[in-house]
Ligand binder design. Structure first.
Ligand code: ATP
Ligand code: MN
Ligand code: MN
Length: 305
């Protein structure tokens, strides 16, 4: 079959303007990837990744020294930040006005990748319509004793349950041990409603297989269980963006996959900064049409579970 056509969001001029300080500085030890490797990865996957981050509030993980213990999560503007990254004001959960970040074009995105940003995390909404969620995520967090194969089976089970609610779920690896089941929704409800509705859905999902799932946070409750973390859907909370690298050995990527391909993944950590760009050339973006599948989020009541 022909190589899938994709829209070019990063121009040759954008690529030609890339320059990186300390390009050979390695992350995570002597055999780890370099700053240049990270920038090249983000340049290569940009046409796939940008549709999922443009216009959304972003938080970043930066690792300025290259040591894992020095990586940190950044949700607000910072010294030396490229000026192509946009900032905007909003309130936090304490009611204080704060500045947040968003990437509005390829330049801002590439500038962050050149600057040494390792991870991109997004809100499930766009800055222009901040109070209405347009994507929710069920973050499946396996406890001790759960295998990757069991995580995959659980995700497939959850897919069926969500489809029974007339939703269209998509899936990606988290880049860690779990998966993220992401559901595009019509942007109608505020965060409080969305958090409540995803709580009720998670409770219902867990009830279909209580020996597998839990919806409570306590780590002791998670042994041999999969925690359905729906709290990513609270206002201001984030999840790793599609195609984001993760700041750990070999830089695994949070990789969108088709439901069919999910079952053929044996080791999600093999989807990483060096392997993924080539794979994408043949697979295309399995999430390319995600926004066309937005449905109304059912507002189940907790009582009706
Ligand atoms: P895993 O599969 O290992 O669970 P994950 O990305 O889902 O990978 P979680 O620990 O389940 O990891 O989720 C953590 C989420 O919380 C991240 O997606 C991120 O958006 C957010 N986060 C991470 N670090 C911080 C931090 N220091 N402060 C606030 N939020 C954070
Ligand atoms: Mn998780
Ligand atoms: Mn989690």
């Amino acid at each position: 079959p022909a190589t899938p056509q994709r829209k070019r969001l990063i121009s040759d001029a954008d690529l030609a303007s890339i320059s990186i300080t300390n390009p050979t500085r390695r992350l995570f030890g002597r055999s780890g990837p370099t700053k240049l490797d990270i920038a090249v990865y983000y340049a290569l996957v940009g046409d796939f990744m940008l549709p999922h981050i443009l216009g959304r509030p972003v938080s970043l993980v930066r690792c300025p020294t290259g040591k894992p213990q020095d990586c940190f999560f950044q949700r607000h503007p910072f010294t030396g930040m490229p000026n192509s990254v946009e900032t905007f004001q909003s309130i936090n959960s304490e009611g204080e006005t704060k500045s947040y970040l968003s990437v509005e074009d390829a330049k801002g995105y590439l500038a962050l990748a050149q600057f040494g940003v390792v991870e991109f995390h997004t809100w499930g909404t766009v800055r222009k319509q901040l109070e209405k969620a347009d994507r929710v995520v069920f973050d499946l967090d396996p406890g001790e004793g759960i295998t990757w194969r069991e995580v995959v089976e659980a995700a497939v089970h959850i897919r069926g349950e969500l489809e029974a609610l007339d939703l269209v779920p998509f899936v990606k690896t988290s880049g860690g041990k779990g998966v993220h089941v992401v559901v595009p929704i019509a942007p109608k409800h505020n965060w409080k409603k969305v958090h409540q509705a995803t709580s009720a859905i998670a409770t219902r999902l867990a009830a279909t297989a209580p020996e597998v799932f839990t919806t409570t946070m306590g780590k002791d409750k998670r042994v041999k269980r999969i925690f359905i973390d729906f709290h990513r859907n609270a206002r201001g909370h984030t999840a790793a963006a599609p195609y984001s690298l993760r700041a750990r050995t070999n830089l695994p990527a949070s990789t969108p996959v088709s439901w069919g391909d999910l079952e053929s993944i044996d080791a999600p950590e093999d989807l990483n900064y060096s392997s993924l760009p080539d794979l994408l050339v043949t697979s295309g973006d399995p999430w390319a049409e995600i926004d066309a599948f937005a449905r109304d989020l059912p507002l189940l009541s907790e009582a009706g579970k």
